[in-house]
Design a protein around this ligand. Structure first.
Ligand code: AMP
Length: 185
């Protein structure tokens, strides 16, 4: 089973991704992969550094290649995609590569949050240099702009989970959505 996990900054997405790993999923975060390339000082890391620092999107080709490398290691694995796909072109490429391995995206989980509430009360201090209110707002708006067309692409697979509830409730809702898909297939 393969899942895409969408959630804005400060939505608890990282916590949920970790939980899914405990359930046996392999976590594929393009953000983590790109940060690892930077840390290793690879050519790719150098190419993407400035784009990442200015909040832009790395080219579709680069992230698609990174994802393809991981999927081809174990095409029948259960993946949870995080931070990918961010564009419809990436979603289409993912679909093509999965189809070529005879596998599919089964479920797209979107953690929905009250953006205004997040902005007013959850600001901020999580220790990320980009977590000042202005850049936080920018990241939120960017997330919405990116996610909307991609969520539309996956509308038949989309499960919206209210992300503002306590972690245990969000976790239960996610597990419920997974169970429904498992029992259906
Ligand atoms: P994240 O940790 O998912 O917020 O990603 C950090 C940064 O990596 C983003 O701001 C983008 O610059 C880049 N990035 C991560 N995933 C993607 C993606 N799927 N497409 C384009 N750029 C990405």
């Amino acid at each position: 089973m393969n899942i895409i996990l969408f959630g804005p900054p400060a939505s608890g997405k990282g916590t949920q991704a970790k939980r899914l790993v405990e359930q046996g999923f392999t976590h594929l975060s393009t953000g983590d992969m790109l940060r690892a390339e930077r840390e290793r000082g690879t050519d790719l890391g150098k190419t993407v550094a400035e784009i990442m620092d200015t909040g832009g999107l790395v080219s579709d080709d680069i992230v698609i290649r990174l994802i393809e490398q991981e999927i081809s290691k174990n095409p029948q694995g259960s993946f949870v995609f995080d931070g990918f796909p961010r564009t419809v072109a990436q979603a289409k490429a993912l679909q093509a590569m999965m189809t070529s391995h005879g596998v599919f995206i089964d479920l797209v989980i979107r953690l929905d949050v009250d953006i205004d509430r997040l902005l007013s009360e959850r600001v901020i201090a999580r220790g990320r240099s980009d977590d000042n209110p202005k850049s936080f707002k920018k990241r939120l708006n960017q997330y919405i702009a990116e996610t909307t067309p991609v969520a539309e692409f996956y509308r038949t697979k989309l499960a919206s989970v209210p992300g503002m509830y306590p972690i245990e409730i969000v976790s239960k809702e996610i597990d419920k959505a997974i169970k429904i898909v498992r029992e259906r297939d």
